[in-house]
Design a protein around this ligand. Sequence first.
Ligand code: NAG
Ligand code: NAG
Ligand code: NAG
Ligand code: NAG
Length: 337
Amino acid sequence: MWIVILLVTVLCSTSLLVNAFANDWFLGQGQWQVKHIEECDKPEQYPHRIQITHRKINRTHDAFNAHILTTTEINDTFGVQLIQYKEVDGGFKLIQQIANPNLCTFGKGFAGRNIEILFEKAGIDPPDCPIPKGEYTIEDFVIDYRPIISTHLYGDFQTYTYITYKNKRGKGQWQVKHIEECEKPEQYPHRVEIARRKINRTHDAFNAHIMTTMEINDTFGVQLILYKEVDGGFKLIQQMSNPNLCTFGKSLAGRNIEMLFEKAGIDPPDCPIPAGEYTIEDFVIDYRPIMSTCLYGDFQTYIYVTYRGKRVACGRTHCRFERTREDEDDGNDEDDD
Ligand SMILES: *[C@@H]1O[C@H](CO)[C@@H](O)[C@H](O)[C@H]1NC(C)=O
Ligand SMILES: *[C@@H]1O[C@H](CO)[C@@H](O)[C@H](O)[C@H]1NC(C)=O
Ligand SMILES: *[C@@H]1O[C@H](CO)[C@@H](O)[C@H](O)[C@H]1NC(C)=O
Ligand SMILES: *[C@@H]1O[C@H](CO)[C@@H](O)[C@H](O)[C@H]1NC(C)=O
């Protein structure tokens, strides 16, 4: 189900993507307000339905009624996909796509206490996942907007929220096949030169040369665009952005960032990175801390470093996500390389 929705959505939106990011858009602190919640177009195509009505209480608060009928238990095998469009010149442009394999964790991280309050209103006891199959009626639920992420582009948005199930995803291991500069690297004010050398079947070493004329600190953000190889071509599957490059790097790659900084001679091995020239030799990525539940396959990832809403550096990688050997071999040491 997930794949189908995704490809359809992606195919009709890809052409808008590039334009959206070429603008100088700014992030800022602010407050969300939900204007409407409704079912998507052709709701009958989805096996689960949620009917929602919305009533304004006052300028800052709205109340929602919902009726949910689920024929299966909702647990950690359900994921979520969020596609966000921003109103621009009277139309809507795709600006962000977020997917998370765990609906419950994502909901709590995103909407905080609201989820618990919602579950209480629905009579789910304890107010947490898993949600037993059944029929739930929620009346006069008032969203508390305070815990909802508050650094974002300003404007009006249309967000499609898909609940996903049975993705062809699972536990596994990443492997970086290539890292290189993006097409037309001269368009970016910062450049990173990277070369890769294979050590053995599971490890590679990278050399990098980075020259930055500015201090790299919390004002730098990151944008990641992930394409998956499908039928010989690459299809957009996920787009993530984070206003803080350093925090994002550490959450995605864990200890690798600290080791990379140490190799580069950055002392202490943390952000901010002073302006200067850095040479990194024979850096071996430890793939273990890198998020390990994903779709299996080959990916092309574009990584953009952003500063004040503009892309200032770009790198791309070709990676593969595979089932871990240990799982496959099941204790059998035979090496079929
Ligand atoms: C709006 O309604 C909410 C929920 O009933 C209430 O907590 C809040 O104080 C109200 N705000 C105003 C400005 O009336
Ligand atoms: C999770 O939910 C699915 C679908 O409702 C169900 O088939 C599966 O057994 C559940 N898994 C666990 C661990 O309860
Ligand atoms: C591959 O190289 C890494 C880094 O040198 C090492 O830790 C690992 O044990 C090696 N693995 C194999 C299978 O040789
Ligand atoms: C962060 O980095 C930018 C660009 O290098 C610089 O202009 C700014 O002063 C730095 N901010 C802090 C708080 O150091």
